[in-house]
Design a protein around this ligand. Sequence first.
Ligand SMILES: [Zn+2]
Length: 346
Amino acid sequence: MTARFDQGPWAAAGVQTVQPGVHRVPLPLPHDGLHAVNVYLLENLAEDNGIVMIDGGWAIPEARKALEEALVAIGRDLGDISHILVTHIHRDHYTNAVELRRLLGSRVYLGAGERPGLEMLERLRSDEPAGSLETLRRAGAAELADRITMMDHGGYDPSVWEAPDQWLGAETLRFGDHELRVVPTPGHTKGHVVYLDEQRGLLFAGDHVLPHITPSIGFELTEAGGRPLADYLDSLRLMTRYADTRLLPAHGPVTDSAHTRVAELLTHHDDRLAKSLTALGEETLDAHAVARELGWTRREVPFGDLNAFNQMLAVNETAAHLDVLVLRGRATVAFVGGVNQYTRVR
Ligand SMILES: [Zn+2]
């Protein structure tokens, strides 16, 4: 799950030039959980000397101001942003891209796997995380789901959820003579993509590979179901099929090796799978019950000490781990009275 403690100098306002023409700019978020989201500004790629931006940030005035200041620091301005390549539909990545397009006419790109979710959002017209709440109920945590339903979700603003100009699959984008490979990496969301700059050895990883925290899995505003963790583990292994690169994440500092972090994340999930199986023991339990047996975040915080939102992430991540154990033949599941009940295979 997403640890909410990733404070560090990386989130401080300013510009970090990763290499000539590649700049990391942390933009503020409205809640204090993750502190900031990195956007990346790539110069000298697009025609007309435009800037290609990776991820948009969250559409709040403070983020616009930080972005404007960063552009001034590199001798550019907002009007130079010609293309915005977004990694996934979560609002800290997507909403400001839509807003900048309205202001500047920039072209916005998003993974095609987000399309059904975005279209469903337009029909539901709600920011309540319906998909995650449905997963929560199936995990035996209906009371927690009720509490989260009653919380304020900030109100639905249709203007930040407009469709992108271009839906992306596995393909290569060309800007002048420079190429960016689009790699779909479902897991964190269904339509998450990363952008791989093989010429320069850079991976713009969004929330797929984060250096300090374990990305949450399958936090969806709309549809529940699918196999988010199995997809995520496949998407992690997929990264090792490309040459290793520097890691340019959406949250956290730039690090030298994407492969090193991918290996750590795979080990982390192996460990969580083993612990989930142990917690299941000889009983038949739902994911909510198993989650209560486990420690959470790097600090192994007891489940009861998490706030409601993080309890939701914890229960849903436990359900995702149990579902992978079922896929691997280590447990069985029965859907009883609207709740998935898991039993270890002996
Ligand atoms: Zn994010």
